[in-house]
Write a protein that binds this ligand. Structure first.
Ligand code: PFF
Length: 462
């Protein structure tokens, strides 16, 4: 991203939404919702989104707008001259900056899976991999081979790297304006179709009716991690996006749009997939869902009506686009960090980051084949069930992001000062109806809540 700012507020919203809407909404949200009880997960997620997610989203954007810097520089500037406490809080920028370095490699692995399915729809009759008998085997056969997943992973990395060469306005804004709305319209169309599948009613109920008996501590931990992942918060991205905003830009309503848009896309993706899962395999199939869910279920959906082949192709092309725009923003952030902190040229920073992505991503891919017995988090309770991808996901979403978010909150309330911070949010003279919610979250709930999540996550140690 060149430091050129956005040409309009719409530009910001589209770019931030382009970063926010991605595999998190379409791949991750539906399988977590299915796995953690459907309606109860959805409810927990929505409550956290309106309180927590909102507070952090607005904080990060305003930190970026106040300083004009990305996370490390922003924390450093704001903590300068604040004595001992400033020195404690300042490394928070590094934690925020570390997260995208961990996420990008495995994000590209899933991006590779999407690329593979796009090719499959283009070249193979859907009847070969989109029936209830064939779809799970096809998916497992693919991820547990060694060559193909590596090739598709690399193709996805190359697509992402190519887009980064164009910079913020040309690379991101232009495509988003057309393709994102198209993706949403297509998802709505598929949702309507899925509602009418035999047995979808039970799935709809599973998705929309909270069952309190299914609530557990993990519902909250996972909903929280998903919130961070989906809104691209606690990883410095929104600080960087905020840094491209001008003081007169209406931060409050831009953030509202991003929050609403991101949640709506996740909700629709759930509506598209969960009734179909229950229709094809019953509630048990939903409870057993994992990262392969959309790759197993969507081909079955497309295999179930005439012309599904072409609709499936268009669907995976658009999902690939959404994934690529998000991956671009992850890569941009990493490149930016390396350029600023290690004083590297843009091309060197890009090169080093791509090497890192290639190595960690390849290890992740092989974690489904020759290294499938490796369990990096075996020392955590539950870690014995986590493969390499799950482990990277857990470390970033359930450990580092809550820590990053605690630092951001402490930065706002103890270093900058809540009053000064709120005044600067309001500086563009736009009404801010949720100020009370924001203040309440920042002062009363964010830190205790995050600490509970964290203590429990680390308390999982044997
Ligand atoms: N929010 C993106 C998604 O939901 O897919 C994931 C993501 C993109 C995270 C970009 C971080 C980021 F910088």
């Amino acid at each position: 991203m060149k430091k050129e700012g956005f040409s309009s507020r719409l530009g910001f919203v589209l770019a931030a939404a382009g970063s926010a809407v991605g595999l998190g909404n379409i791949w991750r949200f539906p399988y977590l919702t299915a796995k953690y009880g459907g309606g109860i997960f959805l409810l927990t997620y929505l409550v956290l989104m309106l309180t927590f997610g909102y507070a952090l989203l607005i904080s990060e954007n305003n930190i970026g707008r106040m300083t004009g810097k990305s996370p490390i520089g922003a924390f450093r500037d704001l903590c300068a001259g604040k004595g001992f406490w400033g020195r404690i809080i300042s490394p928070g920028g590094w934690i925020n900056a570390l997260v995208p370095l961990i996420i990008l490699p495995y994000y590209c692995v899933i991006g590779g899976w999407v690329t593979k399915y796009m090719f499959a729809f283009a070249t193979t009759p859907v009847a070969d991999f989109g029936t209830p008998e064939s779809s799970a085997d096809y998916f497992t056969g693919f991820i547990s081979s060694t060559g193909e997943p590596l090739i598709f992973f690399l193709v996805f990395v190359l697509i992402t790297a190519a887009v980064v060469c164009f910079g913020v306005e040309k690379g991101i804004e232009r495509f988003n304006k057309v393709l994102m709305p198209t993706l949403i319209l297509l998802i709505i169309g598929i949702c309507i179709y899925c509602m009418f599948l035999p047995g979808a009613g039970a799935g709809l109920k599973y998705y929309l009716m909270p069952d309190l008996q299914k609530f557990s501590y993990m519902t909250v931990v996972e909903a929280m991690g998903q919130l961070f992942f989906s809104l691209s918060i606690a990883m410095g991205i929104m600080i960087t996006y905020g840094s491209y905003m001008r003081p007169q830009d209406d931060l409050v309503s831009s953030v509202n749009h991003v929050e609403l848009f991101d949640t709506a896309v996740s909700f629709l993706a759930g509506l598209m997939i969960i009734p179909a899962v229950v229709a094809f395999g019953g509630e048990e199939a939903a409870g057993n869902a994992g990262p392969g869910l959309i790759f197993v279920i969507m081909p079955q959906v497309f295999g179930s009506f005439p012309g599904g082949q072409i609709v499936g192709l268009v669907f995976f092309i658009l999902v690939l686009f959404a994934a690529a725009t998000s991956a671009v923003s992850l890569l941009e952030t990493n490149v930016h960090t390396l350029m600023q902190e290690l004083k590297l040229s843009r091309s060197k920073a890009l090169f080093f980051n791509l090497i890192e992505v290639a190595v960690i991503g390849a290890v992740t891919v092989l974690g489904y084949s020759i290294w499938k017995h490796i369990r990096p988090l075996v020392f955590f309770k539950g870690g014995e069930n986590m493969d390499i991808l799950d482990s990277l996901d857990f470390i970033s979403n359930s450990i580092l992001m809550p820590i990053g978010a605690v630092f951001t909150t402490l930065l706002v309330i103890t270093v900058i000062g809540l009053k000064k911070f709120c005044d600067s949010i309001k500086s563009s003279d736009c009404p801010w109806h949720r100020e009370f919610v924001y203040r309440f979250c920042m002062v009363v709930i964010v830190i205790p809540f995050l600490l509970i999540v964290l203590l429990n996550a680390t308390g999982l140690l044997h």
